[in-house]
Structure formats: structure tokens, C-alpha cells
Ligand binder design. Structure first.
Ligand SMILES: Nc1nc2c(ncn2[C@@H]2O[C@H](COP(=O)(O)OP(=O)(O)OP(=O)(O)O)[C@@H](O)[C@H]2O)c(=O)[nH]1
Ligand SMILES: [Mg+2]
Length: 369
């Protein structure tokens, strides 16, 4: 048994395979990692296989699987999951686009309690070097689609990630196409994921297989994962969307509280309008807080959270921010852009809602520990 299995899918990587094996090996020695390297090759017609076999003569911990059926990157990675002889898997490209130096950091992340650690191109500190505009746009589009399923993950389609065996061992993965991480996130069993930024470096040598994947295939995969979550309410996708839905219901209930209190205070108690409306707004914020705290984000919580008064304070501040966003958008669109004020208000409400949900999701009810 090893501490870690580094899975390297390859197809025609004769110019890179030696360097990636040596680099991963150097990282193992430098960090005292008892690691295994597992190359999964789709029967490359070049010298990739021959070179790996050569390395195997001196490296006990290097294994090779040569696949002859159902070629594909995702299929190869899943085969790697099955053949790995450790409880932690890490997938890395052969073409040196992913820095092996991050392997120990990702391993540490798993040991610290994360189920998945993702090398992320799309968060602060990450990036992509030397990509033409077309590829950037396609990649951004794919990431956007993926984030519809996993709003909290910046790079759900990264090819560089570490995962516990327990996440994927019983997962009904349907590997196809290029985006295996999406499949793991959508169908795996996990609670905590973490992202580590890195700079993706375009391959310097060897051939690109971009043509072997299609956008349609990927869209199909996204739909498949959405469908899966519909039937598996324990999945991460479902959990996330339930939160969004509940947050929306609570928001609607807040309107009723707000209006009810206003009618009572102004109409029956005859308070002045400014006083009545401030009390009505504040009470609706409080009732929204209680409902979101106990219902939207409360059930099934497995993680430590900020203290309740921190949550209340944070929610209060975010709500005021949301109101300000609503106000600015409504007035800017109506006054300066001539948009009908009713339409402008709806747009303002929608943007404020997105703001409220995302910020509260990440800050107020942040999972910690
Ligand atoms: N086993 C297997 N590996 C593959 C297949 N397609 C690509 N790979 C490997 O998967 C990794 C990522 O593929 P790349 O072609 O580098 O994909 P990319 O990084 O999106 O694009 P480029 O670097 O521009 O080619 C590399 O290690 C490839 O050798 C495949 O069909 N089967
Ligand atoms: Mg590449």
C-alpha cells in the first residue's frame, strides 16, 4: 500500500512522459511521500509505452496500464481509480501543464480533512499562461456551465485534483469526454472540497488532443449530472440547489412580513411612515435571518460555523448591501437609462438576491473547520 497514487493519463506523450515521471518522483523523495505513479495509456502509437517500460526497470513504484478498448481521458482516469493501490488519488496531466510541486500541498489538504482538493485556474492566484482567445472562451464557457451545478467551486472542470478513494469507490461514474472532475463532484460522496490556485502552463511539446473532445459531449455530461442529482438528493448538486430554493422562499416570506408589519404599524398604530417602514424592514431582515439560519443553511450541517451573533451581524450587513444594490440599480436604470421603473426594480431585486445568496452562502454561513 502507498500513501498516494499519482494517476497520469497519457496519449502520445513520448516527449513529456520522461520529464513528468522524473518530476513526480523528485517531489516524492523531497517530501518523503511513499507514492505510486500510475500511467494509464490508451495504446499510444508513439514511444510512450516503451519509455514507461524502460523507467519501470529502475522504479518499483511505477505502474503502467495499456488500454485497448473504449479510449478516452475520463475512462482512463476511472481505470486508474480502480487500479490504484492507495486511499488517495491525484490526477495530473502528462504534458507539464500542472505543477508537480503542488502535489504535497494537495496531499496535505486531503490529510487535513478535505475529500477533494482541486488545482484551480480560476481563482485568485491561479491563471492560464499562453492560451489563444478561442481556447480561453471555450474553457470559460465550460467552467460557467459547471458552476451552474457547483456554484461554490471556481474550477469544476480542472484536470488537476486529488480525491479520497472513498469519494469515488461506490460512485456510479459514467466517464466520457474530458471533464472527469465534474463527474466526480456530481456523483461522488463528499462533503468538503478545497481549491488551491495554480498557473496552468500550455504544453511546450507533444500533440494536443483538443479535437478528440466535443462541446456537445460536455453539455451532455452536465445534463446527466443535473439529472443524477434529481434522483440522488444526497448529492452535492442537489444540496446546493435546495439552499438556493429555500433562500428564495425565505426572501418571499420576508416580503409578507415586511408588508404585514408596515400595514399594522402605519395603518393601526399610526406611526409615521419612515419609522414604520424602518421597523418593518428590520423585522423582515430578522425573520429572514431566523428562517435561513434554522432552515436554509441549518439542516444537515456537519461543520462548525461562525458564532450566531456573527452570523446575525453578517446577514444584517449583507442585507443592507443588498438593499443598496437594489436602490442603485433601480434608480440608475430608471433615471439614467430610461428603463421602466417596474422593470428596473425587478432587475435590481434579482441582482440583490444573487448578491445576498452568494455572500451569505460564502461568508455568513461559511463552513469552517
Ligand atoms: N489515456 C488517455 N489520455 C489522454 C487522452 N487524451 C488526452 N490524454 C492525456 O490527458 C492529459 C490532458 O490532455 P491534453 O491533450 O494535454 O489536453 P489539454 O491540456 O486540455 O490540451 P493541450 O495541452 O492543448 O493538448 C495529457 O496527459 C494527455 O496525454 C486519451 O484519450 N486517453
Ligand atoms: Mg495539456
Amino acid at each position: 500500500m502507498y500513501d498516494l497514487t499519482v494517476i497520469i493519463p497519457t496519449f502520445k506523450e513520448e516527449s513529456n512522459i520522461g520529464t513528468i515521471i522524473e518530476s513526480v518522483d523528485a517531489v516524492f523523495s523531497r517530501n518523503a511521500i511513499n507514492g505510486e505513479i500510475l500511467v494509464i495509456d490508451d495504446n499510444s502509437p508513439d514511444r510512450t509505452i516503451e519509455l514507461v517500460r524502460e523507467f519501470q526497470k529502475t522504479k518499483q513504484h511505477l505502474s503502467l496500464v495499456v488500454r485497448t478498448e473504449d479510449p478516452g481521458l475520463s475512462q482512463s482516469v476511472v481505470e486508474g481509480f480502480r487500479k490504484a493501490r492507495s486511499d488517495i488519488f491525484l490526477v495530473i496531466d502528462a504534458d507539464l501543464s500542472h505543477p508537480p510541486a503542488l502535489i504535497p500541498v494537495m496531499l496535505e489538504g486531503i490529510r487535513a480533512g478535505n475529500d477533494i482538493v482541486i488545482g484551480s485556474r480560476y481563482m485568485e492566484g491561479g491563471g492560464i499562461k499562453k492560451w489563444p482567445l478561442k481556447r480561453r472562451i471555450i474553457s470559460k464557457g465550460a467552467t460557467f456551465l459547471g458552476r451552474l451545478l457547483f456554484p461554490e467551486i471556481h474550477d469544476p472542470v480542472s484536470g488537476f485534483f486529488a480525491v479520497k478513494k472513498s469519494v469515488v469507490v461506490r460512485a456510479p461514474l459514467r466517464p466520457r469526454g474530458y471533464k472527469i472532475l465534474l463527474e466526480v463532484l456530481g456523483k461522488g460522496t463528499w462533503l468538503k472540497a478545497n481549491e488551491i490556485p495554480f498557473e496552468f502552463v500550455d504544453r511546450a511539446t507533444g500533440s494536443s488532443k483538443l479535437g478528440r473532445r466535443t462541446i456537445i459531449e460536455y453539455a451532455g455530461q452536465v445534463i446527466d449530472n443535473a439529472q443524477f442529482s434529481w434522483n440522488h438528493h444526497e448529492s452535492a448538486v442537489w444540496q446546493e440547489w435546495v439552499k438556493l430554493f429555500r433562500f428564495g422562499i425565505v426572501g418571499l416570506s420576508g416580503i409578507i412580513v415586511n408588508e404585514g408589519v408596515l400595514i399594522y404599524l402605519k395603518g393601526y398604530i399610526q406611526l409615521s411612515l419612515p419609522v414604520a417602514s424602518i421597523i418593518a424592514i428590520e423585522l423582515s431582515i430578522l425573520s429572514n435571518f431566523i428562517l435561513n439560519d434554522t432552515w436554509t443553511f441549518g439542516t444537515g450541517q456537519q461543520h462548525a460555523m461562525p458564532h450566531w451573533w456573527q452570523r446575525l451581524f453578517s446577514f444584517q450587513v449583507v442585507s443592507i448591501g443588498g438593499a443598496a444594490i437594489n436602490f442603485v440599480i433601480l434608480n440608475a436604470l430608471a433615471v439614467f437609462a430610461g428603463v421602466d421603473y417596474r422593470v428596473a426594480n425587478i432587475l435590481g431585486i434579482l441582482v440583490a438576491f444573487a448578491w445576498n445568496f452568494l455572500v451569505n452562502r460564502r461568508v455568513t454561513w461559511k463552513k469552517s473547520g
